[in-house]
Design a protein around this ligand. Structure first.
Ligand code: ADP
Ligand code: MG
Ligand code: ZN
Length: 612
């Protein structure tokens, strides 16, 4: 079986340094030969130039040697005189060229040696520059890129060395269904003949779809690792280039290489960067992205049925992809990877815990149950943060506390204790958060309060953390209404206690509005009689940011929608006011405790309600 033939040539930077050193050596050899050793045979005497000329005129001298600015005179009596002329002084002007004078005057031409030095000095910089450019382009080449000056148009695909890429399905924890879906592809790549004999056509394009961090890239690598075939990977964002036509030629090259190495896998990560719907408002018709996309389509259509090249692509935005990409013969197979559920989270944690030292009897189940909505990448991050904390505190191993701190850090951002908050602000924050917590706690459909904190975290000044206890896939209207009530809690508490509200509630209001709008415009909830269970939301509300925000309803309906939204928001607020007015003593009590303790845990919070 042919190996990945386009494995990039690696030229170490050391070879470049070696060349430099050689050039340096040559230069020094030449320059040092420029200074011939002055041979002092017997005694030599330094004399002035005029003295030398006087002796010449007296015809005392047998021979004069002029070399650059040095003049050596050999007297008839064997004495040697050394003299010196100004470098500006012309030899002809010295008066040593009397034809009547029998003294031999020899001008030793040193420019021969100089000649080479001069050449080198003149040429070396260019030589260095050329070598440097070659070095640069080599280096760029070895990184699989063509950002070097000579490398346009070649594929930017990275090849995973088969011996190094040992990613196996076992490393992709949890995503059982997705793995099953791709198993047959692996089998096909392993024995294509089996399928061809039966006349079965294996899909050329498989689209991995799922939220960020759910392991799409990981799964793609595992497919290649399991099938043990060359894997050419390229990321959609790399195609976004300055030069028109480069992307398309890259695609051509990528497919050519993959076909040459068939059976093989092409992986286009983040394909939404190039595969967005064409001709949507931006930048005219024929931009670079579009040409790249067209080239991908052309290449995929050009596959013969016996070509065993499989094109994998990954995206978390399948809704923005151009329809042409999804047509039969292209990416017609879709593998969905969802956020992991409880069981999958546990498995992912176990996979990533393998190389870490945990305290004995560490329960990953607790972490798994506390991390509803976390992706695989988030979970990996949690374990890593916990390990960092353990090192920071010089522990022998990672404790459960490190783990739960890490969960908080990953989901709410790191604590910012250094932030200066005045006492009056802290009070407002405390009442605000406790307002959220109480109103949420007393609504039937809200998640349990896990923690209330007035330590600034990430961008927030305080946090009330509601923690889902189980994975849910549907949200009821009642739950959405209750969520709005607890979101009102902060602002309503501020108003009840201080008689006014602050800007701290702006994010709450934004979320409330979003919930209410979605209820009316997308889910057919609220006062359905008024506007009807119709989806009014333009696509943009559902996803694609680059689509037109065009209304598909009349002004009259728009007014009804607004009224409906307002009503939902106000109803929720009224319920919240009612709850908090009734629980005013508790609101004050818990807030004062929170001001003192800064954090209130789930148990502490629940204890207040048991007493009451
Ligand atoms: P995506 O491409 O879907 O955004 P990645 O494949 O880049 O996500 O995942 C990022 C990292 O998260 C992976 O390298 C892996 O360490 C971890 N990860 C994600 N999902 C899983 C999983 N199901 N099992 C094990 N690790 C996972
Ligand atoms: Mg990815
Ligand atoms: Zn709030």
């Amino acid at each position: 079986m042919p190996g990945p033939r386009n494995a990039p040539k690696r030229k170490s930077p050391f070879s470049f340094l070696l060349i430099l050193a050689l050039i340096g050596a040559i230069l020094t050899v030449f320059t040092s030969s420029d200074e011939p050793p002055v041979v002092h045979s017997g005694s030599s005497e330094k004399i002035s130039l005029s003295e030398l000329i006087r002796r010449y005129k007296k015809q005392d001298l047998e021979k004069i040697e002029i070399k650059d600015n040095k003049i050596t005179a050999y007297a008839l009596d064997g004495q040697v005189f050394l003299s010196h002329k100004e470098s500006s002084a012309n030899i002809g002007d010295l008066g040593l060229s009397d034809p009547q004078n029998p003294t031999q005057v020899e001008i030793i031409d040193t420019s021969g040696g100089k000649f080479w030095t001069n050449i080198l000095i003149g040429v070396a910089p260019f030589l260095l520059l050329i070598l440097f450019l070659i070095f640069l382009s080599r280096r760029a080449g070895s990184m699989g890129g063509e950002n070097g000056p000579f490398g346009f148009g070649k594929s930017q695909a990275k090849t995973y060395d088969r011996s190094k890429n040992r990613t196996k399905f076992a490393e992709v924890a949890g995503a059982e269904e997705a793995k099953e879906d791709v198993m047959e592809v692996v089998d096909f790549l392993k024995n294509p003949k089996k399928y061809q004999r039966m006349g079965a056509k294996i899909p050329t394009g498989i689209l991995l779809v799922g939220p960020p961090g759910t392991g799409k890239t990981l799964l793609a690598r595992a497919i290649a690792g399991e099938a043990n075939v060359p894997f050419f990977s390229v990321s959609g964002s790399e195609f976004v280039e300055m030069f028109v036509g480069v992307g398309a030629s890259r695609v051509r090259d990528l497919f050519k290489t993959a076909k040459r190495n068939a059976p093989s896998i092409i992986f286009i990560d983040e394909i939404d960067a190039i595969g967005k719907k064409r001709g949507q408002g931006q930048g005219g018709g024929h931009d670079e992205r579009e040409q790249t996309l067209n080239q991908i389509l052309t290449e995929m259509d050009g596959f013969e049925s016996e070509t065993s090249v499989i094109v994998l692509a990954a995206t978390n935005r399948p809704d923005v992809l151009d329809k042409a990409l999804l047509r039969p013969g292209r990416f017609d197979r879709r593998v969905q990877i969802d956020l992991p559920d409880m069981e999958a989270r546990l498995k992912i944690l176990e996979v990533h815990a393998k190389n870490k030292t945990f305290a004995p009897k560490t329960e990953f189940k607790k972490v798994a149950s506390k991390t509803v909505g976390f992706s695989g990448a988030d979970l990996e991050n949690v374990l890593n943060e916990s390990a960092i904390a353990a090192v920071k505190h010089r522990q022998k191993n990672i404790t459960e506390k490190d783990l739960s701190d890490a969960v908080e850090k990953v989901s709410m951002g790191p604590e910012r204790r250094s932030r200066r908050i005045t006492q009056s602000e802290r009070e407002i924050i405390a009442y605000h958060e406790v307002g959220h917590a109480i109103s949420g706690h007393l609504c039937e459909n809200c998640e349990p309060v896990h923690k209330v904190s007035i330590i600034a975290r990430g961008g927030a000044l305080g946090v009330t953390w509601f923690l889902p206890t189980e994975d849910t896939y549907l949200r009821s209207e009642a739950k959405m209404r209750d969520d709005m009530v607890s979101l009102h809690g902060g602002r309503v508490a501020e108003r009840l206690i201080f008689g006014q509200t602050t800007t701290g509630a702006s994010n709450d209001l934004e979320r409330i509005t979003n919930i209410a709008r979605n209820m009316v415009m997308t889910y057919g909830m609220g006062d359905v009689e008024k506007v009807g269970p119709v989806v009014f939301a333009p696509k943009a509300r559902l996803g694609g940011w680059d689509e037109y925000l065009q209304k598909e309803y009349s002004e009259e309906t728009a007014r009804k929608i607004d009224q409906n939204v307002q009503k939902l928001v106000l109803e929720a607020e009224a319920r919240c006011v009612e709850i908090l007015k009734k629980e005013l003593p508790l609101l004050k009590k818990i807030s004062l405790d929170l001001l003192e303790k800064e954090n209130i845990s789930e148990e502490e919070f629940l204890a207040y309600f048991k007493k009451a």
